[in-house]
Each structure stands twice: as structure tokens, then as C-alpha cells.
Design a binder for this molecule. Structure first.
Ligand SMILES: [Zn+2]
Length: 796
């Protein structure tokens, strides 16, 4: 409420009522139309000496109020509605008057009332604004589906419910197909959108969304990853995978391929050696049940280099008051426990630790168990053999691993657009290297016979790293199948007992330097045991360094695909956000986002072509919009630092169980039969991505753009459209547009391009740039020619 002061003016009247003026109130009203002030009616208090005064007033035909204050013997006051002129006449006649309220004040009061009434009306009819972001129909693995995504501007209220109704197809009754409530999607306390995925019997043509607050919107249903099959070449061979492959086998396979196709392929050895599939040998005296008495023994050498041949035994000595001592013969360490006066063993864990480190320190390190003080007494043991616990056969190398990439291309000199395909950052994702190797084989084995393949190999420079995490992958195959991280142990002695072996390692998709846990981003941890451990520092791991090395060494690389499993996702940057306000890394421009989307549809179409698997529209998009925040992931590093269009695949889409009408997840290590199918369909996707890269390389056509202006009484809304996905750079301050000018961004999560609003007349100067860097009109932002686009937009 606006505070309002009531003004009361006291108009002093000095003149005596000597002259009697005829009061012609009616004519006074009409007589002074020129001065609205004089004409303005006011509520006025008139001071009267006596009853006779009042009678006189009444005889003038005055509009008196019902309020008449009589002050016993002291006169009286009457309130009347008067114009300013009438009041002045009264004053001339000797009446004393006070203004109680003016019409102007009443007007303000009226406005206030009106405002409140309107507010209440608005609230009663509080219609929210509903926007349908997408309404898609698609088939997948024999099922038919409707997917709807919608947003309401009242989405922050949990109580806002969006309900969809749809028809059964063209010319059917609205709502005849069915109705369902949408699910409200919130993440990190921020409302994102509502969505719904349902199996349907027929393809709906129209969807209507109604909000519980009254907002409503209708949209035509469009096809997601629809029909068109790419025409297969006359002779095209595929399907070269018949079992899950260990990193050793992957190395052998790509080495053989590079040798066989040496004119179009070579092996690139990556410079940073990994930790290797190796561990220190360990054993423990005592056990977890009694931490104070336990001692952890760790070999100085790696298990395979001698650690595994060390043994340790704690023995009770016969006799009283004997000291603690150590006997070491070759690799056999014997700890002779001290005895007390009664001849009982009396060595505490901390004493044994000190003694072992002092006298067998060249062979082993002794530590207390998980930070225990070591005050407990050590019990005697059998002869304990130290072991690294690794179960892979001896044929599997324990040495630091030189990671390999196979580089495929007729011209591998950096002159062609580069594409980087890499898989298995996460060790347990067994299908992912198969996708990469299958792709390499298809490119090499079809080169001589298939024109489309030859086109790709002749015009692109393709780097394929089948396993980014070879040590972890070997561990996953032979030791612990759920291993996700690499084999480096950055945990201190308190977390390094053998029982914790499966918790060590760094998450290689969290170790990168952009939007990392160390920068405050979400989805990674500094706890060495966490499954998303970001490492002791950014880029600490050789595996992560190798990937960045490849991108840095080869600036021609413009596209990258980070292949993971499972779930059937197709995603791009940003990949991380801060918890507070869900602030993401900078989003791509609207033009770049449009490019990501348009390329996606092509890639996903190729995937679908294999066995009808459709990557869900709700699983396609920027990482934080469809999955979660992944601080320090590699795609973000490639996009933000190297300007590479960097995607992530999660292969292994859920399978549709048509009988029970439900989706079933495939898991990290599905039966090979299913893993094989995933490898085939996603290799299709990688070939599709190479098609995108080829088009990018050959796009020499500059984009064109149009400015559409929507005017209202107060402002003008600018909307740009472009002939192909392109970023608009623009100014409204008469300056020449450059790459540092404002650019059109995405207006919100899952929404289209923003539409700037002009509050006053301005000249809009702009240019469009496509993904390949072609600029509209061949304008040079840093040059001198003014051949940018320009349009003056008038605002009233
Ligand atoms: Zn993964």
C-alpha cells in the first residue's frame, strides 16, 4: 500500500462579511471551466458562528454532509462539498473553512482501490504461462512412445500440476488418446521442467497441456529420430566383434589393424605411462575386528617385482621378559614378540610397527590399522604371504602401460578436420571399447570398396582411443568387475589396508581441469575412496593427461565423443554446475546449441537404423539438463579449452519390454549378445558423427540471418533466425559488431534462443557465424569493411 497523506489546508479569512455577494452556486460550477483547480470539488469544513449562519448556508443550497458538529455555545462546524471557487466566495463572506479532502486525493484513493481489486482478480484467475518445450512421437524396439516436456512459469511451486491430454491421431477428438500428469523435474533445488514418457498405441497428432493454475498450451506432435534410413553402400561389411576385449587384446587388435592398413592408419603412442596393472603386496597381522592390535604390512616393491615373495610371521617366544626382535632371512620376516614376567606375549602393535620399519624397512612398511593408536597386543600368526592380490594371468603385463590410439585417415598431417573417439574412462564399461574398435574396423575394411567410407577416411583425421583406463579395465576383467576408477592409489596409510583395495583410484572423468571439484563444481569428490574421486589435483593422472595431450597436439581436432555406458544418453557441455543456484559452466550460444541438436539428430538416426533403438529425447541434451553434474569431466575440458564439439554417449539404452510395457536397464556388463548389439548400433552412431565432421569440414557456405521485430507500446522484441545453426553477435549501441559483442544465448533450460528487448529506438548491428566459422556476408569483425547486417528498430 502506498502511504497517503491527508492534507488539510486552513484558509484563513481575514475579511469581515461586509459585502453580501449573491451566491449562485450553479452558475459558479459552470462559469469557470477554464481552471480545473477552481472547478475541483472538495470536502470542506465550514466554521459557523451560530445556527443563523447554518441557515444561511442551507439557503444557498449547499451540499452539506450529515456531519454537523455543534460546540455548545462555541459555534459549530458543517462539512460541505465545495468547489475551490465556492469556497473562496464563502471565505469572502467571512466564513472560515478547512479543506478535509480534495478530489485529487480521492482520485488517488480510487486508484489504490482499483489496484487492489485488480490484484485480487488476478490472483483469483492466476493463470500461469505454460510452454511446451517438446512433444515427440517415436518408436523404439517395437514400442510406440509419446514424450512431452513442458514448463510453467509457476513451476517453482510444487502445487502446480501439469496435465497432458492427447488425441489418437489426425481428425480424432481432442483428448481421445489419453490423459496423464507430467512429472515435475527438480535438480539441486531448482525447477527445470515437467516431463512425461508413455507408451501409446497410435501416434497422437496434438497434445494439450493444462496447468492446475489455468495456463494451457497446445502443440503438434513431431517425430523424434524419424524414418529416413541412410542408403547403405553396395558393399559394406561390419560386425567384427565376438567377445568382450581386455586392454591387452584391444592393443593387439589396433596394432594389427594399423600394420595391415598402414597407408591409412598408424598407432600413436601417448606420452604419459599409466600406473600399470600392479600393486604393492600386502598382508595384515590381526584383523579389522580388533583395530588396535592390527598391523598392516605393505611391500616396498610392487607385487610382481618381489613384493609377492615376501612373507611375515609373528611368533610367541618361550620364556619371560624377552625383548621384541626381528629375524629376516631372504624375504621371510619373523617378528619375535616380546614376553612379560609371566611369559605372555606383550608386544603392542605400535611397538611391532616401529621394530619392523626399523629392521625390515628395506622390504616392507608397517602401519597401524586405519589410524588406530596401536595400543593393542599383537597375537602370533601363521606364516603370512604378502600378495598384490592381482588375479590376471602372468601373460597380462604388470608394467606401466603405454596407452595407444589408432589414427585413421588418408592425410594424417593435421590438414583435415580431426575427430577424437575415446572410450572406457570407466573401467567396468565393457561395451564401450567394442564400439570404438568396431568403428575402426569398419573404416579400414570398407575403405577400398565403399565410397562413403572412403570419403570419410580421405577427408578426416580420426583418432580412436579404445581404452582410456587400461589398468582399471584389466582389474575389472580379472579382479573386481565393478571397478570404475584407475589403479592409482592416492589414499594415505590410514585407508590403504588390503580390505580397501577396491575403493582406490581416480575417476578419470572427474580428473580434468575445467569445472572441477577443486573449482567448486558438483558431482566429484576429494575423498580418495569416493567413486567419483577427482584425484589429488586437477589433471593428476597420466590417463587424463594423455587425452588432453592428443587434443593439444592436434589442434585440427574439432569433434570428440566420450563413450560411456549405460542408459542410452547423448549429451554435450556444459557438464557441471555449482550447487549454489545450480550455476552451470557457461552454456554454448543458441547457435552452438542448435548445432549440437542438429548433429545429434543425424547421429541418433544412424543408431536407430541398426535395431530400432531410439535415444530418448529426454536423454538428449546438455549433461546437467538430462543427467547430473559431473565436475571435472573430459568433454568439458575439450569444449572449453580446445573448442572441440565434445559429446558424451552412454551406450546401452534401456530395453523395451513390450509384454510388460516397461523399460529394462542393460547394466555395465550385459550378456555378450546384448553387448554386441550395443557395439553395432553405437558404432553406427560414431560413423554418423564422422558424417557430421565431414560436412563441417566441407561447409564453405556462409550463413544468412533475418531479424524479426515484434513491437509493443513500450518496446520492441528482437528475434533472429538463421539459414543454418549459427551464432549471432550483435550490438545496439551503434558499435561495430565483433566476437566480443553480445551473442544470442539460450533463454533457459531446454528452451530456444533468447529474444532481446529494446526499450528505445536503436540500430541493431549484427552478423551470424556457423559452426565451421563461416561468417555472414564474409564480414570480417576485426577488419575495416562495414558489411555487417544493420537495421534501425524504432521504439515509441
Ligand atoms: Zn562412465
Amino acid at each position: 500500500m502506498k502511504s497517503r497523506k491527508t492534507k488539510k489546508k486552513l484558509i484563513a479569512v481575514s475579511m469581515a462579511a461586509a459585502i453580501l455577494l449573491p451566491l449562485q452556486l450553479a452558475t459558479v460550477h459552470a462559469a469557470s471551466p477554464s481552471t480545473t483547480a477552481k472547478n475541483e470539488a472538495m470536502l470542506v469544513k465550514i466554521h459557523l458562528k451560530n445556527r443563523a449562519d447554518l441557515d444561511k448556508l442551507l439557503s444557498y443550497g449547499m451540499d452539506l454532509s450529515e456531519n454537523l458538529d455543534q460546540h455548545a455555545g462555541q459555534g459549530m462546524e458543517a462539512d460541505a462539498i465545495l468547489t475551490k471557487e465556492e469556497m473562496e466566495i464563502l471565505q469572502l463572506r467571512g466564513y472560515k473553512t478547512d479543506v478535509i479532502s480534495t478530489q485529487h486525493e480521492i482520485q488517488t484513493l480510487r486508484q489504490e482501490r482499483q489496484f487492489t481489486v485488480q490484484q485480487e482478480k488476478d490472483l483469483a484467475a492466476a493463470k500461469d504461462k505454460v510452454t511446451i518445450l517438446r512433444a515427440n512421437y517415436f518408436t523404439s524396439q517395437g514400442g510406440k512412445f509419446l514424450y512431452v516436456e513442458a514448463k510453467t512459469d509457476a513451476g517453482s511451486l510444487n502445487s502446480t500440476v501439469l496435465t497432458a491430454t492427447w488425441d489418437k491421431g489426425k481428425n480424432t477428438a481432442p483428448g481421445s488418446g489419453g490423459t496423464a500428469a507430467l512429472e515435475r523435474i527438480e535438480d539441486a533445488d531448482v525447477y527445470m521442467y515437467h516431463s512425461m514418457l508413455l507408451s501409446v498405441d497410435t501416434r497422437p497428432s496434438t497434445v494439450n497441456i493444462t496447468s492446475s493454475l489455468g495456463g494451457t498450451m497446445e502443440a503438434k506432435v513431431t517425430d523424434w529420430i524419424g524414418g529416413k534410413k541412410p542408403t547403405p553402400g553396395k558393399h559394406y561389411v561390419s560386425d567384427f566383434t565376438d567377445h568382450y576385449m581386455t586392454p591387452t587384446e584391444l592393443d593387439q587388435r589396433i596394432t594389427k589393424l594399423a600394420k595391415q592398413f598402414s597407408s591409412i592408419a598408424e598407432i600413436v603412442e601417448l606420452p604419459y605411462e599409466t600406473n600399470g596393472y600392479r600393486r604393492k603386496a600386502q598382508t595384515m597381522i590381526g584383523d579389522q575386528a580388533n583395530p588396535a592390535s592390527a598391523v598392516v604390512i605393505t611391500s616396498k616393491k610392487w607385487g610382481h617385482e618381489g613384493g609377492n615373495s615376501i612373507s611375515l610371521q609373528a611368533v610367541k617366544q618361550e620364556g619371560a621378559n624377552l625383548p621384541l626382535s626381528i629375524d629376516t632371512k631372504e624375504n621371510a620376516i619373523v617378528v619375535k614378540l616380546a614376553t612379560d614376567a609371566a611369559g605372555q606375549s606383550s608386544s603392542k602393535a605400535k611397538d611391532v610397527i616401529q621394530k619392523v620399519n626399523a629392521e625390515a624397512g628395506s622390504l616392507v612398511t608397517a602401519t597401524s590399522f586405519r589410524g588406530s593408536s596401536g595400543e593393542g597386543l599383537v597375537a602370533s600368526t601363521e606364516k603370512l604371504k604378502l600378495t598384490d592380490g592381482l588375479k590376471a594371468p602372468e601373460s597380462i603385463s604388470r608394467e606401466p602401460h603405454t596407452m595407444k590410439a589408432i589414427r585413421i585417415g588418408k592425410h594424417r598431417d593435421g590438414s583435415k578436420a580431426g575427430v577424437l573417439l575415446y572410450s572406457q574412462e570407466h573401467a567396468r564399461e565393457w561395451v564401450t571399447p567394442l564400439v570404438s574398435v568396431e568403428t575402426a574396423e569398419r573404416l579400414l575394411r570398407n575403405y577400398s570398396t565403399d565410397k562413403a567410407t572412403r570419403k570419410l577416411v580421405n577427408n578426416l583425421d580420426i583418432f580412436i582411443v579404445p581404452s582410456v583406463n587400461p589398468d582399471g579395465a584389466t582389474y575389472s576383467f580379472y579382479d573386481y568387475n565393478w571397478q570404475r576408477k584407475n589403479m592409482a592409489n592416492h589414499c594415505g596409510p590410514e585407508k590403504s589396508d588390503p580390505a580397501l583395495r577396491n575403493t582406490w583410484g581416480v575417476d578419470l572423468n572427474r580428473n580434468h581441469g575445467t569445472g572441477s571439484v577443486y573449482d567448486g563444481y558438483l558431482g566429484s569428490s576429494t575423498d580418495c575412496q569416493s567413486s567419483v574421486y577427482g584425484g589429488p589435483s586437477e589433471q593428476s593422472e597420466p590417463e587424463a593427461k594423455n587425452l588432453i595431450w592428443l587434443a593439444d597436439e592436434n589442434p585440427n581436432v574439432k569433434f570428440a565423443m566420450n563413450v560411456h555406458s549405460y542408459g542410452g544418453y547423448f549429451m554435450w557441455p556444459p557438464g557441471a554446475y555449482k550447487a549454489l543456484g545450480r550455476e552451470t559452466l557457461p552454456r554454448p550460444t543458441a547457435g552452438q546449441e542448435a548445432f549440437f541438436w542438429s548433429a545429434s539428430e543425424r547421429i541418433l538416426q544412424q543408431i536407430k537404423e541398426y535395431r530400432g533403438t531410439t535415444i530418448l529425447p529426454g536423454r538428449t541434451g546438455p549433461v546437467p539438463d538430462v543427467l547430473y553434474s559431473a565436475a571435472g569431466n573430459s568433454a568439458d575440458a575439450l569444449w572449453y579449452n580446445n573448442g572441440i564439439y565434445a559429446w558424451d554417449f552412454e551406450v546401452g539404452a534401456d530395453l523395451w519390454n513390450a509384454q510388460e510395457r516397461k523399460w529394462e536397464p542393460v547394466g555395465f556388463q550385459p550378456p555378450f549378445e546384448e553387448g554386441h548389439e550395443e557395439a553395432m548400433e553405437f558404432a553406427n552412431g560414431l560413423i554418423g558423427m564422422l558424417d557430421v565432421a565431414y560436412d563441417y569440414e566441407h561447409d564453405k557456405k556462409a550463413p544468412t540471418s533475418k531479424l524479426h521485430v515484434k513491437r509493443s507500446m513500450e518496446n520492441a522484441t528482437l528475434e533472429f533466425s538463421t539459414s543454418e545453426p549459427a551464432t549471432i553477435y550483435y550490438t545496439t549501441n551503434n558499435k561495430r559488431p565483433t566476437f566480443s559483442s553480445k551473442k544470442i544465448k539460450i533463454s533457459g533450460i531446454r528452451e530456444g534462443a533468447e529474444k532481446p528487448v529494446l526499450e528505445q529506438t536503436a540500430t541493431v548491428k549484427w552478423f551470424a557465424v556457423d559452426a565451421s566459422g563461416n561468417i555472414e556476408n564474409h564480414y570480417k569483425p576485426e577488419g575495416k569493411k562495414d558489411n555487417y547486417r544493420s537495421e534501425t528498430v524504432k521504439v515509441k
